[in-house]
Design a protein around this ligand. Structure first.
Ligand code: ZN
Length: 327
């Protein structure tokens, strides 16, 4: 089986975004050390909107000049070392700004579909160009939507075609959520490892795009009680390394704590305890796509990931989108 370890390389987007150092740079370094130890490669979906904002403000604020330097150097270094750098778009950076020593996140237009056609074309083209200026021309061909909001895909189709973005990894089967910011519904996604699509990433048909969905798992409310409790009892092991707070997701916590929910197979925090269980559930499939966020990793999660790789690197192939494309 092909196992992809994919990460959304980004700050938090709530009241406090947290710092580049604690949300991105340090935890990514720790991840890189785990990957290096086992000689495997990671996929980083880089939130380019953040890098573009850093660039915009860096001449005015020395602290952002420093962040820009460290972040772009880390992305370049990851790419040089053979990790896969691909495109993650959080378009709300377009409306957000830096003032009084902090980022002010304006998330009224959180989804790419909240923008008009011209803006979508500009955002996809300029974000991809910016990322390729740190990697190499034509190296970016895979996409993950910010907050999983890849629908309605018809709105992005032409921008993706023009920019040669042909792989998406935003869908997770049976995931569904909507709020003021978020909107996704993957209840009709096929039960397949990957598929081609045309206008709808949840519909397998002839088309120029390929969906390689994030794997998903059904979790009990008990699991989340344990997750939240462990964070309180043993914060050293179970508190996320990032120092920000997430964007509000009304009703989400209550839902997780009171009913069975379908979630991504994830290395974030205590979710990493479920990696082997997820692998068993996917044993008849060709791919297991695991998601994570450097900011949401915990010490516990990093150790669980290390163990998971040790146990499986000889039985399965840890791979990246780039490696599979070059085969
Ligand atoms: Zn994201």
């Amino acid at each position: 089986m092909n196992i992809y370890l994919t990460f959304d390389y980004e700050l938090y987007f709530g009241e406090r975004t947290g710092t580049a150092k604690h949300c991105i740079l340090n935890p990514t370094q720790l991840l890189k050390e785990v990957a290096d130890k086992h000689n495997i490669k990671l996929v980083q979906f880089v939130d380019v909107g953040y890098i573009i904002k850093l660039e915009e403000y860096k001449s005015k604020y020395p602290e952002l000049e420093e962040d820009y330097k460290l972040i772009t150097n880390q992305v370049k270094q990851l790419y040089i070392e053979g990790h896969d750098i691909q495109l993650h778009i959080h378009p709300h950076w377009e409306d957000s700004f830096y003032r009084d020593g902090k980022w002010h996140i304006i998330a009224k237009r959180y989804k790419l579909s909240d923008f008009g056609d011209e803006n979508i074309e500009r955002i996809v083209a300029t974000y991809k160009q910016k990322l390729e200026s740190l990697t190499a021309p034509d190296s970016i061909f895979a996409f993950r939507a910010g907050g999983w909001c890849i629908q309605p895909f018809e709105k992005f189709k032409s921008a993706f075609l023009k920019n040669n973005i042909t792989v998406d990894s935003s869908v997770f089967r049976n995931g569904k959520y909507s709020s003021e910011q978020y909107s996704y519904d993957f209840t009709n996604a096929p039960d397949l490892s990957s598929w081609n699509f045309d206008n709808d990433p949840c519909k397998s048909e002839e088309g120029p795009f390929k969906e390689i969905p994030i794997s998903s798992i059904k979790n009990s409310p008990l699991f989340y009680w344990k997750l939240f409790l462990l964070g309180r009892i043993n914060p050293y092991e179970h508190k996320p390394l990032g120092d920000g707070v997430p964007i509000a997701a009304p009703g989400m916590r209550k839902k997780l704590l009171t009913q069975y929910t379908q979630n991504t197979v994830s290395v974030d925090g205590y979710n990493a305890a479920l990696l082997s269980k997820a692998l068993r559930q996917y044993k008849d499939k060709n791919e297991l796509v695991i998601i994570g966020h450097p900011k949401s990793l915990t010490r516990f999660g990093l150790k669980a990931l290390d163990r998971f790789i040790s146990e499986n690197k000889n039985k399965h192939q840890f791979t990246t989108f780039q490696k599979e494309r070059n085969k």
